[in-house]
Design a protein around this ligand. Structure first.
Ligand SMILES: N[C@@H](CCC(=O)N[C@@H](CS)C(=O)NCC(=O)O)C(=O)O
Length: 115
């Protein structure tokens, strides 16, 4: 599993607010997910296909087209390599998950049919 970064606590927000993916699966722990990357990146493509096949709606924060998204990513993770999944938990913690294979595994474990 790739190293992940935890931010300090942030105010909790309702699942689904702002068009990002919200809670699914009935676990009760609302999460807001956003993907930092861009469609032309093959590793991002792997993640985007997984998102599609699982029928999820996760906001893509395009780090190529939107400099502020790349700036936020570098600030949080220390580098601009994508994809990175930003997981904002209902209780206020934020986790940044890099590495396409780890992101795919996380999404399949969390939202796959057997989840
Ligand atoms: N092992 C990484 C590789 C990711 C990767 O190489 N991403 C490229 C774009 S496809 C990138 O961000 N390169 C620019 C950089 O590393 O700053 C993964 O599977 O996610």
């Amino acid at each position: 599993m790739a190293e992940t970064r935890e931010e300090g606590r942030e105010p909790a927000r309702a699942a689904g607010e702002g068009g990002e993916h919200g809670e699914r699966g009935g676990s009760g722990d609302a999460e807001k997910l956003s993907l930092y990357g861009y469609p032309q990146c093959p590793f991002c493509g792997l993640v985007l296909r997984t998102i599609d096949s699982l029928g999820l709606e996760i906001e893509l924060r395009n780090t190529l087209a939107e400099p502020e998204h790349r700036r936020d990513l570098v600030e949080a993770v220390g580098r601009g390599t994508v994809p990175v999944l930003r997981i904002e938990r209902g209780e206020g913690g934020v986790q940044w998950l890099p590495e396409s294979a780890d992101i795919v595994r996380y999404l399949e474990d969390r939202f796959g049919r057997s989840a």
